[in-house]
Design a protein around this ligand. Structure first.
Ligand SMILES: Cc1ncc(COP(=O)(O)O)c(C=O)c1O
Length: 469
């Protein structure tokens, strides 16, 4: 950083005048001299103050954000949007009713509630998830309610990752994990799920596997945590018990924490079963499980999420929460509490939204997959979640946009699809580290948690394009 004393400013001004002396007229020279004594001095002083590094180093290199860029692009071109992951239909009626009731029931719903989670919500979350994890979860010690899963992730990384810690992230990964690790002072280390080719092509997200050898090879004495996401965004992989057991064994052997993002936990298809790694022997004490009411109840705007884990771990996350956001909207938490109460009563029955939603999505998934296949975009059938990735390599497109010429293939493809065809998707290499990005830049991601009419509009675009090829 250059430090300039104010007394130096006059000298700088004078030398500026000298250097301009031969080039400017006399009246102008007079003006310059006056400026040096007053205005120019101030101007230089201002520039000197503003030229000190304003930003903290933690924000360097994390400025690019796929959602900011592609959401804007989709809005600019008024497209059919299969990009960002949110439903374009309403949440179940009981959530809407509960939210309406909350906002019309007077003062308490408009005021702060308990900072670590509204009591009715943490109580029902504890009751609900105790049954699933197979142990007694304490509503007040073991749960932190946050502003969406995003903030639960943020609290987790801030609370557990120190300068110099390494965090292993399994790829493809929800893009915010990397900047969050970096902002906490840690170093992200990557291990990709690799497609196991059968007869030349992979057909299902289940064909993408994590190598135990490759994962082990990335563990060092600095490794603090492993991050997984099941069902995975963007791939749709649902980790099998034996895969989770392999990760659990390594976490226990090397004394690592497991951060597991399970925001799509209710969305599985074709008999795939979501298993919580926290329920495996020895894992409760070292696992933080992240969830989202936005994904659970098709209400992403409510922004209610949570982290669940042993009170021993959660107390550190609570410190970050109480010193940053402190509190999540009361009425939104109240509505989510009602939602979970209802689901608790109907769990495992056809009245449960956790059964109804995957049934609806199963049909949408199949509709999208057959359309993609028919236009030559090879889909990888997701076992869970609400995204599908498709291989674009057999489709030849003449990109005519010079502004994208230095970008990866999938970025160019997605931008072309938005600008030329009016359909928004997301490039999959954005879910990879720079070192592995190149291997996966032929894939693009489609979101299918959309009205049938939206999916049909997308199909029309793809089929019309296919016919014109
Ligand atoms: C894997 C994953 N984790 C976390 C989030 C964030 O969830 P929320 O909207 O509850 O903050 C998302 C949102 O798309 C996601 O896909």
């Amino acid at each position: 950083m250059i430090r300039v004393l104010s007394s130096d400013l006059a000298v700088i001004g004078q030398s500026l005048i000298k250097s301009l002396d031969q080039k400017v007229s006399a009246p102008c020279r007079g003006n310059l001299a006056a400026l040096t004594d007053s205005g120019l001095g101030n101007l230089l002083a201002l520039q000197v103050i503003m030229s000190r590094r304003l930003h903290a180093r933690r924000v360097e290199g994390v400025d690019k954000n796929i959602w900011v860029e592609f959401t804007q692009l989709a809005a600019d071109y008024k497209v059919v949007n299969l990009g960002q992951g949110f439903p374009d239909f309403s949440p179940p009626k009981y959530i809407q009713d509960a939210f309406c009731k909350a906002v019309s029931s007077g003062c308490p719903m408009y005021q702060y509630t308990r900072g670590f989670g509204h009591p009715p919500l943490v109580k029902i979350l504890a009751k609900f998830f105790s049954r699933i994890v197979g142990r007694e979860i304490d509503p007040f010690d073991d749960i932190l309610v946050t502003v969406g899963a995003y903030q639960a992730l943020y609290c987790t990384f801030q609370a557990l990752v120190d300068e110099g810690d390494e965090v292993i992230i399994v790829e493809p990964f929800f893009d915010c994990y990397q900047p969050m690790v970096k902002m906490a002072g840690g170093k992200a280390v990557y291990v990709p799920l690799r497609p196991r080719a059968e007869g030349g092509k992979t057909v299902s997200s289940g064909d993408w596997t994590l190598s135990a050898e490759e994962l082990s090879s990335k563990i060092t004495p600095h490794t603090k945590a492993v991050v997984i996401n099941t069902p995975n965004n963007p791939l749709g992989k649902v980790y099998k018990t034996e895969e989770l057991q392999m990760i659990a064994d390594l976490c226990i052997k090397h004394d690592m924490v497991c951060i597991t993002d399970e925001v799509y936990e209710w969305l599985t298809y074709d008999g795939a079963k979501h298993v919580k790694i926290a329920s495996l022997p020895g894992m409760w004490e070292r696992t933080i499980t992240i969830g989202s009411a936005g994904k659970t109840f098709s209400a992403t705007g409510l922004k209610v999420g949570w982290a669940i884990g042993s009170g021993r771990v959660m107390k550190h996350l609570k410190i970050i929460h109480q010193n940053s956001v402190y509190h999540t909207a009361t009425a939104a938490q109240e509505a989510v509490a009602h939602g979970f109460q209802k689901e608790y009563e109907h769990f495992g029955t056809p009245e449960s939204y956790f059964q109804q939603l995957p049934e609806q999505l199963h049909h949408k998934r199949n509709k999208l997959a057959s359309c993609l296949e028919s236009v030559g975009l090879q889909p990888i059938m997701p076992e869970g979640g609400y995204f599908m990735i498709a291989d674009t390599s057999s489709v030849k497109v003449d990109f005519n946009d010079p502004s994208t010429k230095d970008e990866p293939h999938d970025f160019r493809f997605v931008k072309w699809l938005i600008k030329e065809k009016g359909l928004a998707t997301i490039p999959v290499s954005a879910f990879y580290s720079p070192e592995h990005r190149k291997d996966f830049e032929n894939y693009i991601r489609f979101c299918f948690v959309k009205e049938d009419s939206t999916l049909s509009a997308a199909e029309d675009i793809l089929r019309t394009w296919s016919k014109s090829k």
